[in-house]
Design a protein around this ligand. Structure first.
Ligand SMILES: Nc1ncnc2c1ncn2[C@@H]1O[C@H](COP(=O)(O)OP(=O)(O)OP(=O)(O)O)[C@@H](O)[C@H]1O
Ligand SMILES: [Mg+2]
Length: 800
């Protein structure tokens, strides 16, 4: 297998990469983080899918692109004479993988989908993913791991590389399987029982079964016999019951006839009593004929008296009515007289009223005059009084000042006029006093006069008010008089109408006592008449009663005949109650015996079934035990085979390891000789893959050599492993190998030697990819792919 080309799109750091790989020693050079290992990872991803990715599958897509960006890898490789092209894509938010593989440019894919393509590659190369990586990749840091590991871990690592660990795992599975089976068998054996003992038990139960069946047959015969006897007894009892039922029927018939007889005899007696009653009634009715004729004449007289009584009561009510109207008329007539006299006063009262009114007017005027006078007198009195006050004050002032004072009129000194002035003032005062008392007297007189007149005026006014009341009443009486006269005329008319009606009635001759007596007699005769009617009713039934008696006599005769016949028929049955009861008891006894026999039979049947079930269970257990024994035998056989397989696998492993180890050691020795220019020509591997290197003709453990020499030995060992794994794969040879950063501690001379040695391997590996960040070896490599980081932080790979 060789890789022809690789195309990447949005794969990790590569936005776009297209590169063709020639067949040669190919150097992939670039600084740390440039994307060298990514190129190789992409080849692995195209072939085997996500398992090849060193981190989460989501990390593969170019950082910074969104979910819509498709990340893809496409490789073309040649294998077994055919060219294959694989395209693998990672899509969408969930990083779903799509893949397809085509052979020799054919349009139709030979495998599709993620798993489909991976499986196709595994079967094509006959290498699973792990074997592929082991044979093809010496991965970065892997060589360091080999040299620094403890012996046991190294042994495990190498076993893993050459797939011996798979045999170990297979052996572990075989042993686990065997142990599990052994545990199961142990458990099953604990459940095993003694089959001979089970067979003996089965035989014993079979004997019990036979015995029980015999007993069952005997009990069945006994039960059959009891059943037959019971059937006979029941048939006998049934026949007797039939006779008894007939006997009872006749008995019932007799009872019916006897009750009918008694009933008819009772009826016969009752009818005869009826007839006697009728005859008595006929006798009684004869005595009632005279009374009935009296009753009819009384009835005529009574109806006359009833009519007269009606007229009499009508007359009475007319008279009562007349009396009532007469009373009202009398009352109204006296009312008229009284009203007439009231009405006659009107003129006189009016005259008196006018006179009084005149009188009142005069009085009112006189009072006004007096008031006027009184007012005047009061004015004069008050004027005298106020003048008097002034004069007294002046007089008091003159007295106080004496003669030296000035005149109140002219203002000159009084001097000698003092006495005159005082006298003059005294005189004026005396006049004013008399004026005052004259005014006061006039005032008092006028008041007394006024009071007297006012009293009179009040009397007149009250008299006039009384008169006005009387006058109004007289005026009303005048109006009332007309109405009363109308009423009187109406009442007088009613009186004459009633008188005319009384006259029209004519003379009334009604004797109330006679009427009462006749009524009482009639009531008496009426009850007798009712009695007579009842008697007649009874007499009317005579014929009917006689016919009824005749019918009863006939019925009595017929019942007698029927009873004789029934007695004869019943006696003919010859039924005996005691014998019948005895037969019933016999049947009950037979039934009890039959039931007991049935129970015994059922119990025996149950026993038979029980034993049969027991036998069945034992038989089942025997067959289950046989199956169990068979299962145990089969499992023991399997355990034996598993033990053999374990042994074979162990021996195979030993053999394999024994054969592979020298082969790896031989291949590694050849490489070591080449890379050291035969300085070291041979190495050895012990069982634990501890490496021993020959220096001259002495052998030393690897630790004895320098760090660089140890790295070189490990590289040789790793390439030798790749060679052996590739050689041993069943398919066509894998012609390429990838060595990622293998130079580590090697000096320039050693690096040259390694590269030379690798060039010599070109017969086996047509493409050797050497990944390194060491720029100085670029001249040593015939083909170079330069990987570099661009400014936009994506990578570019260029074939130089
Ligand atoms: N999805 C991605 N998008 C962008 N860059 C990524 C992505 N995945 C990984 N990288 C980066 O790509 C770079 C290349 O890694 P790679 O292992 O190929 O480098 P290298 O050239 O082998 O370096 P060294 O010499 O150190 O081994 C790393 O820096 C890594 O972080
Ligand atoms: Mg790397």
């Amino acid at each position: 297998m060789i890789i022809k080309s690789l195309k990447l799109h949005n794969y990790r750091r590569f936005e776009q990469l297209e590169i063709e790989f020639p067949e040669n020693l190919i150097g992939i050079i670039g600084r740390n983080g440039a994307g060298k290992s990514t190129i190789i990872e992409a080849i692995g991803w195209a072939l085997y899918g996500n398992r090849f990715v060193r981190s989460d599958k989501h990390d593969v897509r170019l950082q910074g692109t969104d979910d819509k960006a498709v990340c893809s890898a496409e490789i073309v490789f040649v294998y077994g004479g055919s060219e294959f092209r694989i395209e693998r894509k990672l899509k969408g938010k969930n990083a779903t993988v799509e893949a397809a593989v085509w052979r020799n440019g054919q349009a139709e894919a030979v495998a599709v989908q993620d798993a489909g393509v991976s499986e196709f590659i595994e079967s094509l190369l006959q290498l699973d993913y792990r074997s592929f990586t082991t044979s093809v990749f010496a991965q970065q840091k892997e060589l360091d791991k080999l040299s620094t590991l403890q012996p046991e871990q190294r042994r495990q690592a190498i076993n893993r590389l050459i797939n011996i660990d798979r045999i170990d795992r297979a052996r572990e599975r075989v042993r686990a399987d065997r142990n599990e089976k052994q545990t199961t068998v142990k458990g099953q054996k604990a459940m095993l029982k003694d089959i001979d003992e089970l067979n003996a038990r089965k035989k014993r139960r079979m004997a019990d079964h036979g015995e029980m069946k015999k007993q069952h047959a005997a009990l069945r015969m006994h039960a059959d016999e009891r059943s037959k006897r019971l059937a006979r007894a029941r048939a006998n009892l049934q026949a007797m019951t039939h006779v008894r039922d007939q006997f009872r029927a006749w008995e019932a018939q007799m009872t019916v006839l006897q009750s009918r007889l008694a009933e008819n005899e009772k009826n016969h007696q009752r009818s005869r009593d009826d007839l006697a009653e009728i005859e008595k009634a006929e006798q009684e009715l004869k005595g009632y004929s005279v009374l009935l004729s009296e009753m009819s004449s009384i009835k005529v007289e009574l109806s006359r008296l009833d009519a007269e009584s009606a007229r009499h009561s009508r007359l009475q009510s007319r008279l009562a009515e007349k009396k009532t109207i007469q009373d009202v008329l009398d009352r109204e007539q006296s009312n008229r007289r009284e009203t007439e006299s009231r009405a006659q006063d009107v003129q006189q009262l009016e005259k008196m009223y006018q006179e009084l009114s005149l009188d009142i007017e005069q009085l009112e005027r006189a009072i006004e005059d007096i008031q006027e006078r009184s007012k005047k007198a009061t004015g004069e009195k008050l004027a005298a009084e106020s003048k008097g006050v002034d004069l007294r004050q002046k007089l008091a002032a003159i007295h106080k000042m004496g003669p030296d004072g000035s005149c109140p009129v002219c203002g000159q000194r009084l001097g000698d006029y003092y006495g005159d002035v005082i006298d003059d003032h005294e005189k004026q005062l005396a006049e004013l006093r008399s004026l005052y008392s004259a005014g006061k007297q006039a005032e008092e007189r006028a008041d007394a006069e006024r009071k007297d007149l006012q009293q009179k005026l009040a009397q007149r006014r009250s008299a006039r008010d009384d008169l006005l009341v009387r006058l109004k009443s007289a005026q009303e009486a005048g109006e009332l008089l007309g109405k009363i006269e109308q009423l009187i005329i109406g009442y007088e008319k009613q009186m004459s109408t009633i008188d005319a009606a009384i006259d029209a009635m004519g003379p009334v001759a009604y004797d109330e006592d006679q009427h009462r007596r006749l009524k009482a007699r009639y009531e008496e005769l009426l009850s007798l008449q009712q009695r007579a009617a009842k008697l007649e009713e009874r007499i009317d039934r005579r014929q009917q009663v006689q016919a009824h008696i005749e019918a009863i006599v006939k019925e009595l005769h017929a019942i007698g005949t029927e009873m004789t016949a029934a007695q004869t028929a019943q006696a003919a049955l010859e039924f005996n109650e005691a014998i019948y009861e005895q037969e019933k008891q016999n049947v009950e006894k037979d039934e009890a015996e039959w039931n007991a026999a049935k129970d015994e039979l059922a119990q025996a049947a149950q026993q038979v079934a029980l034993i049969a079930r027991d036998m069945e269970a034992i038989t089942k257990e025997i067959s289950e035990q046989k199956v169990l024994a068979g299962t145990i035998r089969a499992a023991e056989k399997e355990i034996l085979y598993l033990n053999i397989l374990d042994d074979y696998l162990g021996r195979f492993r030993l053999d394999l390891a024994g054969r592979i180890r020298p082969l790896i050691a031989q291949r590694a020795s050849e490489l070591l000789s080449l890379t050291t220019a035969s300085r070291y020509a041979q190495l050895d591997l012990d069982q634990d893959y501890n490496i021993r290197v020959y220096d001259g003709n002495r052998v030393f453990p690897i630790e004895r050599f320098s760090g660089g020499e140890q790295d070189l030995v490990n590289l040789c060992l790793r390439i030798a492993i790749s060679q052996v794994v590739a050689e041993r794969s069943g398919g066509a040879p894998i012609n390429f190998i990838v060595l990622d950063e293998i130079f580590g501690s090697q000096d320039a001379e050693r690096r040259d030697l390694i590269l030379n040695a690798l060039a010599q391997l070109s017969s086996q590996f047509r493409q050797i990819y050497i990944i390194t960040h060491i720029e100085s070896i670029r001249d040593m490599l015939p083909v170079l792919i330069h990987v570099e980081l661009k400014d936009d932080r994506t990578s570019r790979a260029t074939l130089l």
